[in-house]
Each structure stands twice: as C-alpha cells, then as structure tokens.
Design a protein around this ligand. Structure first.
Ligand SMILES: Nc1nc2c(ncn2[C@@H]2O[C@H](COP(=O)(O)OP(=O)(O)OP(=O)(O)O)[C@@H](O)[C@H]2O)c(=O)[nH]1
Ligand SMILES: [Mg+2]
Length: 265
C-alpha cells in the first residue's frame, strides 16, 4: 500500500512536469506570434513577367540577376516560390513569399501555401498596365510575343484568381488583411502614371476595379484595406522622365505604407 506522503509527492511531481510541458509547448507559439508581429509575411502575387521578383528583390535589398528573376531566366521567369526577408535596424521587417507566375508548375501549390496553409498577413499584388514581359511557356522554344491589350487581359484573368483567394482568406480570419496593388514599371509609362493608378483603383469602373470592388464587398470593408501605389524597380538615367532617383522615391513611399499597415511605425 502507498503511504499518503508518497502519493502526495507523486502528485506534485506530475503537476510540475505538466506545467513545464505546457510552458515548453506554448513557447514556440509565443515565438511565432512575436515573429509575425515583427516580421509579417507578405505574399507577392501577379502574372508572369510583371516584375514580382524584381520588386521583392528591391524591397529586400537583394541584388537581382541582370535580367529576369533570380531563379528564372529572362524568358521563362521564376520556377518556384521565392522567399526573401527584409530586416531593418530596429529588428522589424517582412518575410516575402513571391508566388511564381502562371508558367510555373509550382504556382497552384504556392497559392495554396500563402492563402490557405500558412495564410499571410498582407498581399502585394503586382500589375504593370499591360507592360508585363511576354514569357514563353516553360519547355517550349521560340520568342514569346504579346500585345499590351493581350497582357492587360491576361493580367485580369490572373487577378480574378488571386482576388478570389484573398477573399476566402480574409473572411476566414478575425484580424484584418491588407492589400497593396503595386503598379510597377512606371518608368515605362512615366506620363500616364496617374491614369494607370486610376485604372487599378476601387470604384474607377475599369474591369480591374470591378473585380476589386467585388472583392471588397465579399471580404467586408473593415476586414480588408486596399491601397494602390505606383512604383518601379529600375529607373532610367538622370535625363529620362523617370530617373533612378524618382524610382527610389516611389519605392520609399511603398515601404512607408507597408510599414504603417504592419504597425512598424
Ligand atoms: N523597365 C522596367 N522593367 C522591369 C521593372 N521591374 C521588372 N522589370 C523587368 O521585367 C521582367 C520581368 O520581371 P520579373 O521580376 O522577373 O517578373 P516576375 O513577375 O517575377 O515573373 P515570373 O517569375 O515569371 O512570375 C524582367 O526582365 C525585369 O528586368 C521595372 O520597374 N521597370
Ligand atoms: Mg519571378
């Protein structure tokens, strides 16, 4: 027969072990909450050739391969999801997840990952007003050609898919999601930047805006914030209408807005 004393000791031992175990198992959760707070995850989406890899590389201060994405080439683009981390001096930043464009076999899995399996905190959807670099389907040869109208139509198809994913992620969670539409390659249409921004803005009546309005209605205004900002990842020389300095300024505005949305400032 056990003495009451021994019984009591055993009970204390169990409680202590239980407490230590609980502390151990909640530590990773606390760490991941802190990580999310300081380094929110950002999905970078958009059609192939639009400039996602370039922009994510600029935002994370990473040198890009001369043309095309770091992992892909100028003709086929990225093959897999790219991960980039931006750290600032105050131990804050972002974890970018660049979803490859529609010519990558891994695209659907990457979309599932960022919008379902490990839902991101914010979305940077990249568009280029029909100036996406035409890319041939992986595994085929010959130059890819596409008119601006065709690229705008392809961009719209891509946006319909992504907007749907954003809506279903936003309605499933209790905290708000942010979306920034980055209108990149502004150096290619320096005189039409305002018009391009209008095309992508909520309520402007364009086909893109109609889908954006639908998304907002589906997700609910309080659950989803939407910004539209022009940007460029590479500027021209000093005398060009969009020199490097102007591009850096636009990038700075985008970074400031992302910092506000993430509670970094
Ligand atoms: N002029 C100009 N060209 C750009 C800009 N950003 C990207 N590009 C060019 O556009 C092409 C496509 O850019 P990427 O960043 O590789 O495009 P992506 O969206 O990652 O494409 P996928 O990986 O296929 O999905 C590259 O040749 C870039 O050099 C920009 O701001 N201005
Ligand atoms: Mg890419």
């Amino acid at each position: 027969m056990q003495s009451p004393l021994r019984h009591g000791k055993a009970a204390i031992g169990t409680t202590l072990a239980g407490g230590a175990l609980a502390a151990l198992s909640s530590a990773p959760e606390r760490a991941s909450r802190l990580l999310r707070h300081r380094y929110p995850t950002v999905a970078v989406t958009g059609m192939t050739g639009v400039g996602k890899t370039r922009l994510a590389d600029r935002l994370s201060r990473r040198a890009s391969a001369e043309s095309g994405g770091s992992e892909g080439g100028p003709e086929v683009g990225s093959a897999v999801m790219e991960r980039r981390t931006r750290r600032n001096a105050r131990l804050r930043g972002y974890r970018f997840r660049v979803v490859p464009g529609e010519n990558a076999a891994t695209r659907l899995g990457a979309l599932d990952e960022v919008f379902h399996d490990e839902p991101v905190d914010g979305v940077l959807h990249v568009v280029a007003w029909g100036h996406a670099t035409p890319r041939r389907t992986a595994g085929t040869t010959g130059a890819a050609l596409a008119t601006r109208e065709e690229q705008l139509a392809a961009e719209l198809d891509d946006w319909a898919i992504t907007a749907h994913r954003i809506a279903s992620m936003a309605v499933r969670r209790d905290r708000p999601t942010w979306l920034v539409v980055a209108v990149t390659k502004a150096d290619l249409f320096p005189d039409d930047v305002d018009e391009a921004v209008r095309y992508y803005s909520p309520g402007s009546g364009s086909p893109f805006a109609e889908r954006l309005d639908e998304l907002r209605a589906l997700a609910g205004g309080a659950r989803l914030s939407i910004d539209v900002l022009p940007v460029c990842s590479q500027g021209g020389d000093k005398r060009s209408p969009m020199p490097e300095k102007a591009c850096s300024d636009l990038l700075g505005r985008l970074e400031l807005r992302m910092a506000q949305l993430s509670g970094h400032v």
